[in-house]
Design a binder for this molecule. Structure first.
Ligand SMILES: Cc1cc2nc3c(=O)[nH]c(=O)nc-3n(C[C@H](O)[C@H](O)[C@H](O)COP(=O)(O)OP(=O)(O)OC[C@H]3O[C@@H](n4cnc5c(N)ncnc54)[C@H](O)[C@@H]3O)c2cc1C
Length: 317
């Protein structure tokens, strides 16, 4: 579910493109974002840039006129891109940022486009425990840092040592994990940042046990979540965050009678009612209207105001 953006001709490319210097990465005008996001909805981006490496990304950012809006996309597993698409530039890191390497006895470094599952597998290969929770999260590492992604009692902030990132002007920085103000599905990093790589620490462990733990995670997910559907994962944050005994969004949604609720081809999953599903023909507007309807019903039923976890991006059609 993480296809590469297809190169297209530059017909309709925005005027500000002329301000950019030669770049080694791919520039694509009018990419339909539905093609690269898990929900399979979303209109066109004015321009998608897939840099060749960090220097290329830096050159792009330094030259991009300040008034051009900039959006970052990873594997598109936690976003709902609206039907009108995204104005300005979208940066999507590709294979050039996909390496995962062991950089110390108990440390791994992953490019921001490396899928979380690859990091989990690399940790298992190196007999490092603590990163198995990444086995079931379908995003890439940049998105994991941006969202402080987590599951099964672990989250990115527990294992992250430091990140490399570029600011809006293309300057390179390194920040320690504790400078990012990470909390439940939240990154409090001040200002714009494109994460380009992340260094993680694990704990020396038993390879067979780590692999068994990953298999259990994978089986539990398949049993409890619509992992093969067109979805965006958990739609709303749990009101009490990561507290295992706290209020759960899915329970509130269920209690409000929303399990299976539909707007057109968009549906609240019967299997896990904090997941919205596109059965094929849903538009982003259907999914967003369904999410808002769920919020209203939960508020009316329990008095709790749910907060979207999924990032809604772009313009309505
Ligand atoms: C079936 C399914 C199950 C899921 N289960 C879980 C789960 O158990 N736990 C969990 O936490 N999440 C879960 N998710 C949500 C999602 O996978 C995570 O939030 C993931 O970390 C998002 O990564 P991504 O690369 O897809 O980011 P995207 O969805 O593309 O983007 C998410 C946000 O990250 C930002 N971003 C992306 N890349 C970068 C970058 N390089 N630098 C800076 N910002 C960036 C984007 O601008 C956006 O704001 C699930 C999703 C699905 C579809």
């Amino acid at each position: 579910m993480t296809p590469e953006a297809r190169p297209m001709d530059m017909t309709g490319a925005p005027d500000w493109l002329a301000a950019l210097p030669p770049l080694r990465g791919k520039l694509m005008a009018g990419v339909t974002l539905a093609d690269i996001c898990w929900f399979r909805v979303g209109g066109p981006a004015d321009l998608v840039f897939m840099p060749a490496d960090t220097d290329d990304l830096s050159t792009f950012l330094a030259a991009l006129p300040e008034e051009v809006p900039l959006t970052l996309l990873g594997a598109g597993s936690n976003v709902l891109v609206r039907d009108g698409g995204i104005r300005g530039a979208v940066i999507r890191l590709g294979a050039a940022f996909g390496a995962v390497t062991q950089t110390g006895d108990t440390e791994l470094t992953a490019g921001a486009a490396a899928l979380d599952v690859r990091v989990a597998r690399a940790a298992a290969d190196a007999a490092l425990s603590g990163l198995s929770f990444y086995r079931g999260i379908p995003g890439a590492i940049g998105g994991a840092v941006a969202m402080n992604a987590g599951a099964y009692g672990g989250e990115t902030g527990d294992v992250l040592v430091e990140v490399e990132w570029l600011n809006r002007q293309g300057e390179k920085h390194v920040s320690a994990a504790n400078q990012l103000d990470l909390s439940y599905r939240h990154n409090g990093h001040d200002g714009f940042a494109v994460y380009t790589s992340a260094r993680f620490k694990g704990v020396a462990g038993d390879k067979a046990k780590i692999i068994a733990e990953m298999e259990t995670i994978s089986e539990q997910r398949e049993d409890s979540q619509p992992v093969k559907a067109r979805t965006g994962g958990s739609t709303f944050k749990n009101p009490d965050g990561a507290d295992p005994d706290g209020l759960k969004a899915w329970k509130l949604i269920d209690a409000a009678g929303c399990r299976g609720l539909r707007v057109g081809d968009a549906q609240v999953s019967e299997q896990h009612c904090n997941f919205l599903i596109n059965h094929g023909m849903a538009r982003a507007a259907d999914l967003e209207a369904l999410g808002d309807m769920v919020c209203d019903r939960v508020r009316d039923n329990s008095g709790v105001q749910l907060q979207w976890e999924i990032k809604r991006l772009g313009e309505a059609a």
